[in-house]
Design a protein around this ligand. Structure first.
Ligand code: AMP
Ligand code: MG
Length: 360
């Protein structure tokens, strides 16, 4: 396998020290005893996985250890993708979707079970704003983006019969899931990348590499900070509000951060912009052009919550963020119809860049 270093084009990014040129051949993983910090060097690996450049940055005692750990972390993400992707017809997720309406409960073997339970809990806590059964609506809006034409009312109405987590029956005693309505389709696009980033960070830890960061486009999870630093510096998009400090950054250790918004995948039509995030309660793509940032203890939480907070009304979104332990959130509301505004939870942890540590 060959890994290549590439610039990360993302809504969040972290500052990079002069990077090692990386075109590295990798092999299988092994464990490593803790090494003195002074002997650690910085490594960076990027590999396209789950449709985004998956980036690992960590400090390791030597190149062999770094290569083995990176290979194992990427293998784990690849394995997760093969279970959780709705693009792979043979994935466990696709097989579950194919059973919709058959009256058959499917026993789940992989990480999918845990993710369905986590997603179901957030469905309830967000009053339906986060809903992994949104697949039939997502399909209609994907086609709308391709054809540059809004989905018809009739098509949205038909899809509505196959959307709703109340039609996803989970049985913890047998570890089975059943999709009660025909044509239901699960979509983990709002949570799987964060989950995979967490999993990759755990693999690096397992290899003894604690000073590590994993970035999957807009979902980033950090372990211990770089040796001698207080945290990993992650720069934030500018606030569109006059007088706000620019640029801003987060300094994170053992925390995750995710963004959700319509900056990348969207449909611009007749002066409106339609996001790739759908309000599952109406089937409509979001049009209020919001950018959401969530800091949490892990990327599974930050990723899924960022999607949920994009859908909810501002007050409800901030309430849900405050009610989630370890979470801080910022909502940038960019229009249309009102001047740009930023709302955030009281502890949102930014620093103006000048106060940050020097890049390492
Ligand atoms: P993110 O970019 O993490 O906010 O995730 C957006 C992706 O999640 C979309 O591309 C869909 O695959 C899926 N999705 C869209 N709307 C929702 C929603 N309301 N709840 C859960 N997943 C969604
Ligand atoms: Mg998300």
């Amino acid at each position: 396998m060959t890994l290549t270093a590439r610039p990360l084009l993302s809504r969040l990014w972290f500052n990079l020290a002069p990077t090692l040129p990386l075109v590295l051949a990798l092999c299988a993983g092994c464990k490593l005893a803790a090494a003195p910090q002074a002997l650690l060097a910085r490594y960076e690996f990027v590999h396209p996985l789950m449709g985004v450049p998956f980036r690992l940055v960590f400090y390791a005692p030597d190149t062999n250890v770094a290569q083995r750990a990176a290979a194992a972390a990427f293998d784990r993400v690849r394995q997760l993708n093969s279970h959780l992707s709705d693009y792979e017809p043979d994935s466990e997720l696709s097989r579950l979707s194919a059973s919709a309406g058959s009256g058959r409960a499917v026993r789940l073997e992989s990480d999918l079970w845990g993710l369905l339970r986590t997603s179901h809990r957030l469905y309830k806590r967000s009053h339906g704003a986060f809903d992994i059964t949104v697949g039939p609506y997502v399909d209609l809006w994907k086609r709308a983006r391709r054809q540059r034409e809004l989905p018809s009312r009739a098509a949205l109405e038909r899809a509505s019969h196959a959307v709703g987590c109340m039609f996803l029956r989970l049985d913890p005693s047998r570890r089975t899931a059943e999709l009660l309505r025909p044509r239901m389709r699960l979509d983990l696009g709002g949570i799987a990348k964060g989950y995979a980033a967490d999993a990759a960070l755990r693999v690096l830890r397992h290899h003894g590499l604690r000073h590590a960061l994993v970035a999957a486009s807009g979902d980033i999870v950090c372990g211990d900070p770089p040796p001698g630093a207080r945290g990993w510096r992650i720069e934030l998009p500018d606030l569109p509000v006059p007088g706000s400090p620019k640029p801003e950054a987060l300094l994170l250790a053992n925390r995750a951060v995710s963004t959700s918004g319509d900056t990348e995948q969207r449909l611009d039509l007749d002066g409106r912009r339609y996001s790739h995030i759908i309000d599952p309660r109406s089937g409509q793509a979001l049009t209020d052009h919001r950018l959401v940032l969530v800091v949490a203890r892990d990327a599974t939480t930050s990723d899924s919550l960022a999607t949920a907070l994009s859908v909810l009304a501002t007050t409800e979104a901030l309430r849900l963020a405050r009610a989630t332990p370890g979470v801080e959130a910022r909502l940038l509301i960019l229009g249309p119809g009102s001047p740009p505004a930023a709302r955030e939870t009281p502890g949102f942890p930014t620093l103006p860049r000048a106060q940050n540590l020097q890049p390492r």
